[in-house]
Design a protein around this ligand. Structure first.
Ligand code: BMA
Length: 307
């Protein structure tokens, strides 16, 4: 099983005439709503601070972007950037999970991505343009790559997050309080000789199927080559992994995936399903945005039976 690249790739490029998105556009969230694809992408410009830009598309490949960002840093918790958005629609409300990179932190030395300078944040929107910040899932730890399930499980909001190196599950009644007692690890890097033996993390929102939650994820090995894979989780108890095939479904091959701001990266935060096709949007080399697709039934078959 391998995802197929869209012939239009790369589907979004930095805009050299812009102050805030002239260097890199990457790692977008994308949802399909009322017949349109809506993209929320991470952008870096002259000050190297990540902001979230917005674009719309009727076919998922050709995009029309807004002139100004829809989400920008506001305070010490996110002044170094708003990164890696993922958007999930739950009962008609839109939720964005993103990494806030700031200067407020709880460790010694300078804040870094791993040293408590990041927060796994949640924001809410009713119109896909204005976003209201709610707060982080946890504070004071290396935690990101969080993404919400598209419906409540057991009556509660459910999120995947990453307490490096494990991917964890957490539950909440109100999106504000995520109790430690309601958190549990699910899986981590594999010890055998696989592509994901150094680090793993979640991609876009889990896809509900009759056989379980289909999860797209990413990982890398000691060569720092990012690849994408799949897992299947139990519908009622998503801490139970039904199957985790060992082969990846996508990896860097094109020049613009192999070379960029960070080489050898395909990093996805979005996998909307439209008419039986999974649209996998990804940041390529932390510099441009690509699209690859696969049939949902084929991905599910691989997730169920792939060795
Ligand atoms: C991860 C995240 C992503 C990035 C990737 C590759 O840790 O920070 O935003 O795309 O590294 O550089």
């Amino acid at each position: 099983m391998k995802l197929q690249r869209c012939p239009v790739n790369p589907i979004l490029l930095p805009d050299p005439a812009s102050d805030w998105e002239c260097y890199n556009v990457f790692n977008p969230a994308v949802i399909h709503h009322d017949g349109l694809f809506h993209m929320f992408y991470r952008a870096q410009g002259l000050d190297w601070i990540s902001r979230i830009g917005c674009a719309v598309s009727a076919d998922g490949a050709h995009w029309n972007r807004l002139r100004r960002p829809v989400l920008e840093p506001t305070d010490g918790t996110d002044c170094r950037g708003i990164e890696d958005p993922r958007v999930t629609e739950i009962d008609g409300v839109f939720w964005m999970t993103y990494t806030a990179y700031g200067r407020e932190f709880h460790g010694p030395g300078e804040p870094t991505h791993a040293g408590g300078g990041i927060l796994p944040m949640i924001a809410r929107s009713h119109n896909l343009i204005t976003w209201e910040r709610l707060g982080p899932i946890v504070r004071g730890e290396d935690n990101k790559d969080h993404v919400l399930f598209p419906r409540k499980i057991g009556g509660r909001y459910t999120v995947l997050h990453r307490r490096w190196p494990q991917v964890w599950l957490a539950y909440s009644d109100d999106m504000l309080t995520w109790r430690e007692d309601d958190m549990a690890p699910i899986y981590g890097p594999r010890e055998d000789n696989t592509w994901d033996r150094k680090s793993v993390g979640s991609n876009g929102p889990p896809i509900e199927t009759p056989h379980g939650w289909l999860l797209l994820n990413h990982g890398y090995d000691e060569d720092h080559i990012y690849r994408l894979g799949v897992l299947l989780l139990d519908l009622d108890d998503p801490t139970r992994v039904i199957n985790r095939p060992s082969d990846p479904i996508f990896w860097p091959e094109e020049l613009w995936e192999l070379r960029g701001d960070v080489p050898n990266v395909v990093f996805s935060c979005a996998n909307p399903v439209v008419d039986g096709t999974v649209y996998v949007y990804y940041g390529a080399a932390d510099h441009v945005i690509g699209l690859a697709t696969g049939r949902l039934d084929e991905l599910l078959d691989f997730a169920l039976h792939g060795a």
